[in-house]
Design a protein around this ligand. Structure first.
Ligand SMILES: [Zn+2]
Length: 327
């Protein structure tokens, strides 16, 4: 079965739906969506498998809502307490079951700053690095929050929401693997190595053959690199590709199927590091390198690349990482 749909900025994508057995055929199909859609006040839910919804449209990362026999497991919870409350309100459109577990894919504000609204009996799970980062990094006074919050603060409402943020760490941590059994569903939390940050979790549903990648891989969108560990990141993505999945739900962007998109991002990472390393050798400052580094050969995989240049925070991080690794 081939489903064709327009994936917003990313253009029209053809999907070979080899996962057809795992998903319910959409009853309601919005013009632009391959999946059945439930539209809430703030969030749009796309039903990607039985009880598994991809939520987008709120303030912060995209989320995954996993509805089990008795409860709901949520992957990431948005940029602000208000965003998380809006998400919980909208989730009522798809289930009456309570959110009992939240998984933080990594420590960045747009995935974790809804944590503070949950009562203590809700388990918030993250890699142990996520807890350390939120407790010790002064996260509201460093990137990516400092620049992003300035860019986000375009309305009084959002400015008010941002003042309400209380960085709250996971109350349950793990080091390499954790498995949740919820009714008939198995949910694996996998740390496959450092990359986008020092502790990112892949949420893997083996039966559904779905993996949630947070910001380790965002498909046709370039992930933030300001906390990257570049050679390890490429290796972690190699480990990711070894999992058996047919659908990827990223923390930003759109769901996708092709492992080739992960390979394309590995290739981008290799190239941006090599080219920034060269520019540094030639005496360029990070600011100069961020303007001139030419990655336009990757624009067919990453349509956001419109000309030379790369995100300054990522380029600064490559300089720092080269220093750390004596390269
Ligand atoms: Zn991130």
């Amino acid at each position: 079965m081939v489903i064709e749909y327009s994936a917003g900025r990313e253009g029209t994508v053809k999907i070979i739906a080899i996962f057809a057995i795992a998903i319910t055929i959409p009853q309601v199909r919005a013009a632009d969506d391959a999946f059945a859609v439930t539209q809430g006040k703030a969030y749009k839910f796309e039903k990607v498998a039985d009880g598994v919804y991809y939520a987008s449209g709120g303030l912060g990362s995209n989320n995954v809502v996993i509805v089990n026999d008795q409860d709901v497991v949520l992957v990431d919870d948005g940029t602000t307490p208000a965003a998380a409350r809006a998400l919980l309100q909208d989730i009522k459109l798809i289930t009456t079951r309570p959110v009992k577990t939240v998984i933080n894919t990594h420590f960045h504000y747009d995935h974790t700053d809804g944590n503070s609204i949950f009562p203590p009996d809700v388990e918030i799970i993250g890699h142990e690095y996520v807890r350390t980062a939120i407790l010790t990094f002064n996260v509201l006074d460093r990137e990516p929050y400092t620049t992003s919050s300035k860019n986000l603060a375009t309305t009084d409402d959002i400015r008010r929401q941002l003042t309400e943020i209380k960085p709250t760490p996971p109350n349950t941590t793990y080091a390499s693997k954790m498995t949740l059994h919820r009714g008939g569903r198995e949910i694996q939390l996998l740390f496959l190595g450092r990359g986008h940050t020092g502790g990112d979790t892949f949420v893997y549903l083996p039966k559904e053959r779905i993996v949630c990648t947070g910001d380790e891989d965002e498909g046709a969108r370039l992930a933030y690199m300001g906390d990257g560990l570049f050679d390890e990141w490429i290796a972690t993505l190699e480990a990711l590709k070894k999992l058996d999945f047919t659908l990827v739900l990223p923390g930003h962007g759109r769901p996708f199927h092709e492992k080739a998109l992960i390979t394309a991002f590995q290739s981008y990472l290799r190239d941006v590091v090599a080219k920034v390393t060269d520019l540094r050798r030639q005496g360029a400052t990070p600011d100069q390198a961020a303007v001139s580094v030419d990655l336009t050969s990757h624009s067919k995989d990453f349509p956001d690349i419109k000309g030379p240049g790369a995100d300054l925070r990522g380029v600064r991080r490559i300089y720092e990482w080269l220093d750390e690794n004596h390269k």
